[in-house]
Design a protein around this ligand. Structure first.
Ligand SMILES: Cc1cc2nc3c(=O)[nH]c(=O)nc-3n(C[C@H](O)[C@H](O)[C@H](O)COP(=O)(O)OP(=O)(O)OC[C@H]3O[C@@H](n4cnc5c(N)ncnc54)[C@H](O)[C@@H]3O)c2cc1C
Length: 424
């Protein structure tokens, strides 16, 4: 049974209001009281969704449950690793979202009871809902790669969730002797932000070129091809000739085990010892999705792409990296677009209207050196049980440097816009 006690100001980030306690107030019908929507996860998807819900219907009781008091965002975290930016520039609080009337609760969701329509938090509270949105992002699959567990990540950082791991990888690069080999292990799809391993390799190369020019980067890849590959490879030839080597799946690049004690990395066809090992393991939806019963045997959450509703758990919607969205890459752009579209769906459903099929737009910028970036963008709509790209564009392969410089500026503008849009 879920423990319940009234929320106090000390427990909440800010602006806590009385939240319906499941045992005290059985879920009210919409006619009796304001409908209650809980969003779990205050990242790009969840924070956008909570904000949009309150803006679209000020009468809704919207609660955002987030495990941390600050969000540390991944876009531009590769720049932090390369020493081009500080981690503080990646951090965002929830004060502005709370000021807009969203109840922000700083605690991890630990249990979900879909029959009682209530969630239990790590701080002991229980909260009731009419609709629940899951936006927990990813978890790393520490059971998928022999030798790689949470302890191994303190020696061989993944840096695939921004924060301490980002700084650890940066410190290891700074401490490495000139001439050392940096090994980056990239997993098979699906993964959070498919082009980000290659952006990371590029920016690490930029750091090495300036600080440790005898060093190299080896990418061991569980895929043959990757997003925007021609653009990356052209940039590597131009900016970092001979510094980045990549071994793809069919050349034996798939990592099969690691040994954190020796920094050894074993693949299908060879053994490597890294001076710095950046091991990005396979991923799955954030654990709470599995606890809710919303994840299938892939580890990710199927959805109805029109409503983001889980076919596995009633009254639950899943957005962002955690959901199986088909043609949309797992990205902050996609999570934000899904968060807003899901909010519109919920407002419609709660007021008895039919939801409209969403049309999502997404853009992804990749910076390979300061002042040098390219991008991919697309428009996505429901097709069958997933989303399909209906229009897409990628930066031209033969663009002059001024275009790359302009795209680097656009990348900064994109970051500013999406973080203000999400966190206020
Ligand atoms: C190195 C790197 C670079 C990237 N660069 C880009 C880029 O340039 N552009 C781009 O569009 N995308 C980029 N991405 C991808 C982007 O970061 C993710 O796709 C995006 O953050 C997904 O949003 P989300 O809301 O699904 O998850 P997140 O943003 O990860 O948010 C999930 C939130 O849920 C919280 N949470 C989880 N479980 C619980 C729980 N049980 N209770 C309460 N809270 C919980 C977490 O604390 C977290 O705050 C990059 C990713 C990486 C790793």
């Amino acid at each position: 049974m879920l423990a319940t006690r009234p929320p106090t100001r000390r427990d909440a980030v800010r602006g806590i209001a009385a939240v319906g306690l499941a045992s005290a107030f059985p879920a009210p019908s919409i006619a009796q009281a304001a409908a209650r929507v809980i969003v779990i996860g205050g990242g790009f998807g969840g924070a956008s969704c909570a904000r949009a819900l309150k803006r679209m219907d000020a009468g809704l009781q919207v609660t955002l449950v987030e495990a941390n008091r600050f969000f540390v965002c991944c876009p531009f975290s590769n720049e932090v690793i390369a020493g081009l930016r500080e981690l503080e520039a990646q951090q965002f609080g929830y004060d502005r979202i709370a000021a807009e009337g969203v109840t922000v609760v700083a605690s991890a969701a630990a249990k979900i009871d879909p029959h009682a329509r209530s969630i239990g938090l790590a701080n002991g509270w229980a909260l009731g809902y009419d609709r629940l949105v899951l936006a927990p992002g990813i978890d790393l699959r520490f059971d998928a790669l022999p030798g790689y567990d949470e302890a191994a990540a303190t020696r061989m950082p993944h840096a695939w969730k921004a924060g301490e791991q980002t700084l650890l990888l940066r410190k290891q690069l700074e401490a490495m002797e000139d001439g050392g080999v940096v090994v980056l292990a990239a997993p098979a799809a699906p993964l959070r932000c498919p082009p980000a391993p290659y952006e990371r390799a590029s920016l690490i190369a930029h750091y090495l070129k300036n600080k440790k020019p005898r060093s190299k980067i080896l990418i061991l890849d569980a895929k043959d091809g990757f997003s925007q590959q021609k653009l990356f490879e052209a940039a590597w030839n131009e900016l970092y000739p001979g510094m980045i080597e990549r071994i793809g799946l069919s050349q034996g690049g798939r990592v099969t085990s690691v040994d954190p004690a020796t920094n050894a990395i074993v693949t299908d066809f060879g053994n490597y010892t890294a001076a710095v090992a950046n091991v990005i393991p396979p991923q799955k939806a954030g654990r709470i999705a599995e606890i809710a019963g919303a994840a299938d045997n892939t580890g990710w959450c199927p959805i109805d792409p029109v409503t983001f509703a889980s076919p596995l758990v009633p009254n639950v919607h899943v957005i962002g990296d955690a959901c199986i969205a088909g043609g949309i890459p797992k990205s902050a752009s996609a999570a934000t677009a899904q968060g807003k579209a899901c909010a519109a769906v919920i407002v419609n459903l709660l007021s008895g209207n039919s939801p409209e099929a969403p049309r999502l737009t997404g853009a992804c910028f990749n910076t390979v050196a300061p002042g040098y970036a390219f991008s991919q963008s697309g428009i996505y709509q429901p097709k069958g049980d997933q989303f399909a790209e209906i229009e897409g564009s990628v930066s031209p392969i033969d663009a002059p440097r001024e275009v790359r410089a302009h795209e680097a500026e656009q990348a900064f503008d994109w970051f500013k816009t999406i973080t203000v849009d999400t966190f206020g």
